[in-house]
Design a protein around this ligand. Structure first.
Ligand code: ATP
Ligand code: MG
Length: 580
């Protein structure tokens, strides 16, 4: 698809600006043909001896006036045209970001952060460049060259013009051949840039792990390999660009030789005047820029197209979950129910949940326990509607979840993920993420419920303390409690806590659970944990093993049953006793 069709939506809204810029550019091109003609005329006057002072000063003033006029026009078209290109970049980045926020985890599994960042920066820049600089070079080539050529024919001599332009078609052939290659090599360069981004991101975010495993040298060496790749790919692009430049000089050189050679012949035979020959050579010089422009245009267009390909490839990916065509309205999630739910991650071969069933009435608490990797987090994630599910396996208030609007379901659930995600903002902003207009009282209450208040009191600036990237300046337990406060602030119908108390001590854990039980009476809670004491109060407990329900029941029933739960409970009680 061509660049213009692809960006039609943009050109349509900005056509007035483009038209203005192009008209101004054309005007400047026209005006530019006047000075050479005046110079030629003056020389003819000198030769004829008919030049007088009044005429000369008139010409000089006119030249100065023209220069000033063109200065203003050029200023206006440059700001108009390049204003368009930065606007396009802004719009594209906005679209891209909006697209990313709609994508589900499987998309981010396929597209690394580094690659996405490369798209948002380098590629969108290349597209904007085509819509600005590219348009400029195109207009310069088409309008600039035709104006000069028409002037040559009408004011000087068409034979001289034809002769001098003989080498030009050669240029077009070579340029179109090189242009295709530029595109291929530019794609490779952008790809390499994405890889470099990815590596840098991973190294920086994992710097502490790298250091503790003494892998700095290896990582620097590996990064060196990646940057060498970027350098090589870019060098290959500039190698092609370098081929353009001398080629243009060569062709211009040939043109000049023909112009001077054949032109002198014509002057000698009185077909044209000396002044005309000089004007002609100045015009020939004015053709150089349109020719260079043409090369640049092909170059920039190929890059813009290559980048537009890359961005589009990412933009066309649809979220693998869509809203139902005929959504069923559910007011309150009276009940959450799984019926023989089996779930396989998009990239996985084996299911992570197999035939899981339970019913949890509103206000109830479901505990999910089991060995690591048994599917606890996977079970909670089903409530977040991030992955497509088979039909009629998960019900909310008796309605299959796929018949309810995605946003509706998401509004019900406050989720505390197993891995905390903090933004490098203040503690307050992090807590208020899901409810930016929360009052101070609401925040204070959430902080209190998460047993986070005494920690906040010790922070240098209290709630205003900036936590650093992903909360580097908080302890593991503090991060967990911040994440809990964030979820509690929403006071959502369903609270899903994924192993969210693993980094706090047993006493803090029981305090938080008490708060939750008291404040959330009548609302539904899901808790996954390795420490069974966190779910002993739950209304129902599932013990998962390799995605299947191994045991289930209340704490008492499971203790009585004497299986995995009982053994684990006894062991944990013994360990707790030893620690006290
Ligand atoms: P833990 O106690 O360590 O948190 P868990 O019980 O929460 O473990 P899950 O995270 O639910 O375990 O993982 C269950 C299984 O699903 C594991 O075998 C894991 O490898 C697999 N799995 C998890 N996430 C993905 C994913 N995004 N794609 C493919 N497989 C996954
Ligand atoms: Mg987990």
């Amino acid at each position: 698809m061509s660049f213009v069709t692809r960006l039609q939506w943009f050109f349509k809204t900005r056509w007035l600006h483009y038209t203005a810029a192009i008209v101004l550019m054309a005007t400047v091109n026209l005006l530019q043909t006047i000075p050479p003609k005046m110079i030629g005329n003056t020389i003819d006057d000198i030769q004829k001896g008919s030049l007088n002072a009044a005429e000369l000063s008139h010409s000089v003033l006119l030249l100065i006036g023209l220069a000033l006029g063109m200065y203003v026009l050029v200023y206006i078209w440059i700001t108009t045209l390049f204003g368009n290109s930065v606007l396009l970049e802004k719009l594209l980045r906005g679209r891209f970001m909006a697209h990313l926020t709609r994508m589900k985890p499987s998309f981010f599994q396929r597209n690394s952060t580094g690659q996405l960042m490369a798209l948002a920066t380098n590629d969108i820049l290349a597209i904007g460049n085509t819509a600005g600089y590219g348009v400029m070079t195109l207009v310069n080539t088409l309008v600039g060259a035709s104006v000069v050529i028409i002037t040559m024919i009408s004011l000087i001599d068409y034979r001289l013009m034809l002769a001098a332009l003989i080498p030009l078609p050669l240029l077009a052939v070579v340029i179109s051949y090189l242009g295709g290659k530029v595109r291929v090599r530019f794609l490779a360069a952008q790809e390499a840039f994405g890889k470099m981004n990815e590596h840098a991101l991973e190294s920086i975010s994992g710097i502490r792990v790298l250091r503790s495993y003494v892998q700095e040298k290896q990582d620097i060496a590996a990064f060196d390999g990646v940057t060498t790749g970027v350098m090589d790919r870019n060098r290959e692009v500039s190698l092609l660009n370098a081929l353009f430049q001398p080629l243009i000089s060569l062709i211009v050189g040939i043109s000049y030789s023909i112009g001077i050679g054949y032109g002198s012949y014509l002057v000698f035979h009185h077909e044209i005047s000396l002044g005309q020959l000089i004007s002609f050579n100045i015009y020939l010089g004015m053709l150089i820029w349109p020719m260079i422009s043409f090369g640049e245009f092909i170059n920039v267009l190929q890059r813009g197209n290559a980048s537009a390909d890359r961005v589009e490839k990412s933009l066309v990916q649809q979220p693998d979950l869509a809203d139902p065509a005929n959504p069923v309205h559910v007011d309150v999630p009276e009940m959450v129910e799984m019926r023989g739910l089996t779930f396989t991650y998009p990239a996985a071969e084996h299911p992570s949940l197999k035939d899981v069933s339970f019913t949890l009435a509103r206000g109830g608490t479901l505990g999910v326990v089991g060995r690591t990797g048994s599917g606890k987090s996977t079970l909670l994630k089903q409530l977040l509607r991030q992955y497509p599910l088979a039909e009629k396996q998960l019900f909310i208030a008796g309605v299959p979840v796929e018949e309810i609007l995605l946003d509706r379901v998401k509004q019900w659930v406050a989720y505390v993920p197993q891995e905390h995600l903090l933004l490098s903002k203040s503690i307050r902003d992090n807590i208020a993420l899901g409810k930016p207009d929360a009052t101070d009282e609401e925040i204070a209450k959430a902080v209190e419920m998460a047993s986070f208040a005494s920690d906040v009191a010790l922070m240098p600036e209290g709630l205003g303390t900036i936590v650093g990237e992903n909360g580097v300046m908080l302890s593991g337990g503090q991060k967990q409690r911040l994440a809990i406060a964030r979820a509690l602030l929403l006071d959502a119908e369903i609270l899903a806590m994924d192993d969210s108390l693993s980094a706090v001590d047993a006493r803090t854990e029981s305090r938080i659970l008490q708060h939750i039980r008291r404040e959330r009476a009548g609302k539904t809670t899901f808790i996954t944990t390795h420490r069974l004491s966190a779910v002993s109060h739950a209304d129902w407990i599932l013990v998962l093993d390799e995605g299947r329900v191994l045991e289930e029941g209340t704490h008492e029933q499971l203790m009585h049953f004497g299986g995995w739960y009982r053994k684990q409970w006894d062991r944990q009680q013994m360990e707790a006793g030893l620690q006290d």
